[in-house]
Ligand binder design. Structure first.
Ligand code: ADP
Ligand code: MG
Length: 286
């Protein structure tokens, strides 16, 4: 990409600047678990992430503007508006699982928000809740309460991202459920444009940013099978790995199983065959 300068690497994406206000975001096939990038890649994972994000960006524009300008033919690169990112990971939980379940078991609350007594693991919450976390440059993101979040972005902006996050979650959770997928929780990142407007950025409702559960197998009181990284997390934990770098290599069957889960999530949500996406990425925008 001679026209672009490399400006950064995330765990999964490479960022290139085309000029002052445009980025090319390239989603690689890297996979991270417990915030450690593993040495083994999952073929086409980056394409699933880019395609799914573009699908949701195209369908949520009336709720909030987003950063997407266009998709490139490789299906993994997207052209985006370059934004000032808010230092907040905007998490919405519709079900109690993961770190929310751990917090709830310890304290009856998560991120400082009290929850009803007697919830079982994976139970649906009475209403979705907004539980932001910090966006750590290194190490693990930390759950914070709304007071701490207000200090980071200001009261008005926090109210806006909470409202928008809950609206986005409700829209996608209903859409997905009608296609047999529960969106248990999800994470958004927002930026602010030159005019101070809030813009939905990064990725949207992917298996990396969300927990997707097959609705047909949903049964509270236990962990759920899922279309996301849980398969890889479970494999890594079965090795007794201490969750610090370097992470373990993944055997072929774990790679194939993970790829299949990512592709299945793409196809069930978009109702577009993944091969059709590869042939013409812009199909997800229509
Ligand atoms: N429109 C945008 N403008 C500027 N930065 C962005 C934009 N969209 C996403 N980003 C940033 O690009 C990076 C994406 O790379 P990723 O591999 O997902 O990083 P991470 O390891 O932080 O998850 C993140 O730091 C994200 O905040
Ligand atoms: Mg990311």
């Amino acid at each position: 990409m001679p026209e672009a300068a490399h400006v950064g690497s995330g765990k999964v994406r490479e960022l290139y600047a085309i000029d002052g206000d445009q980025l090319v975001l390239v989603a690689t096939d890297r996979i991270s678990t417990f915030d450690v990038v593993l040495p083994t890649e999952i073929p086409d994972k980056g394409r699933v992430l880019t395609g799914l994000s573009a699908f949701w960006f195209a369908r949520t524009r009336s709720t909030v503007p987003n950063h997407l300008l266009g998709l490139r033919e490789d299906g993994r690169s997207s052209e985006c508006r370059r934004l000032e990112m808010l230092p907040l990971e905007c998490v919405v939980r519709g079900y109690i699982t993961g770190s929310g379940w751990k917090d709830y078991q310890a304290s009856g609350a998560t991120s400082g928000q009290a929850l009803p007594d007697g919830l079982r693991e994976s139970d649906r919450l009475p209403a979705p809740i907004f539980t932001p976390s910090t966006k750590a440059d290194e190490g693990h993101d930390e759950n914070i309460d709304l007071d701490q979040a207000r200090e980071l972005v200001g009261a008005e902006r926090l109210e806006e991202v909470e409202r928008v996050s809950l609206d986005l979650y409700r829209f996608a959770a209903d859409y997905a459920l009608a296609r047999g997928i529960i969106v248990a929780d999800t994470k958004f990142e927002f930026g602010v444009d030159g005019e101070g407007r809030l813009v939905f950025a990064d990725e949207a409702f992917t298996p990396d940013s969300s927990r997707f559960w097959p609705a047909a197998e949903y049964e509270p009181g236990r962990p759920q099978p899922s279309f996301d990284k849980q398969f890889v997390r479970d494999y890594c934990e079965s090795l007794g790995w201490d969750k610090t770098a370097p992470g373990p290599e993944l055997p072929d069957e774990v790679v194939a199983g993970t790829r299949a889960r990512y592709v299945e999530a793409f196809e069930r949500l978009t109702e577009i065959p993944f091969d059709s996406y590869l042939a013409d990425p812009e199909t997800v925008l229509r």
